[in-house]
Design a protein around this ligand. Sequence first.
Ligand SMILES: O=C(O)CCC(=O)C(=O)O
Ligand SMILES: [Fe+2]
Length: 281
Amino acid sequence: MEIRHMGPIGALITGVDVKTMDDATFRKIYQTWLDCNVIAVRDQELGVDDYLKYSRRFGFVCPHPAKTTRHPDYPEITLLGANKFRADGTLDRDIYLRGAEGFHTDGSYEEIPYKATQLYAIAIPSKGGDTHFSSAYAAYEQLPQRLKDRLEGRYGLFKYGGRKKTNLLLNPEDRDAKPARHQIIRTHVETGRKLLYFDQNKILSIEGLEEAESTAIIDEVTAFMAQPPDQYRHQWRKGDIVIWDNRCSYHNAAGDYPPEEERIHWRVSIKEQADSNTARA
Ligand SMILES: O=C(O)CCC(=O)C(=O)O
Ligand SMILES: [Fe+2]
């Protein structure tokens, strides 16, 4: 197995078959993932069961609330990019631009947020369609002391669709879930590093602040989510598995590939603990 560090975050792993790797090899992969925020494992040939089995080595795999994009036989698998064209031939932009609305972290609207998201590349377009990643550790480090002081110990309220209510991928009956509360400045439970837990697309408000200040701080903090040089851009190849740590990174799909071409991933959401969503799988 070869591990290539791609910069301050991101590592590319080759020369391994995730179907047959032993525990010692997996431990090395897991540690690299913790160290690098996001890793890509290349050249994998997996069926759904192989993919789920490998995903479960990272934690509890649970179905995403967007039911319309679930795999018909495996609710834990979300199909990204599938059924992009409606029956009348028009492009469904909610599917085409999914994950491309700016840097974000997945699952902050859940009481137990997603520790990780993993994507397996089934079909990749001839150009475009990269995924960008940015470090939430770097975002914390770069915050001005004034904002660190104002946010320390405070909680944000997070909801799918956020302030803009971009929630059309959810069934109507799933759209009014209660927001989840999460501490904004926190320490990663596995690495012990301090980070900024934030999502411009899902945060509604910062608890305990007047609305005007809450909105102003949300706008100001949003600018810190892009953290060059602590970024990694993944250029996909079919057979890549990419897993990112939602606790310490943000990501954004480029959303720029030719829409008539296919870009399909199998996506799983992974939690640290099982909850009622996991049980429904
Ligand atoms: O399609 C991508 O590159 C990423 C989409 C995304 O944001 C996600 O799967 O959570
Ligand atoms: Fe995402």
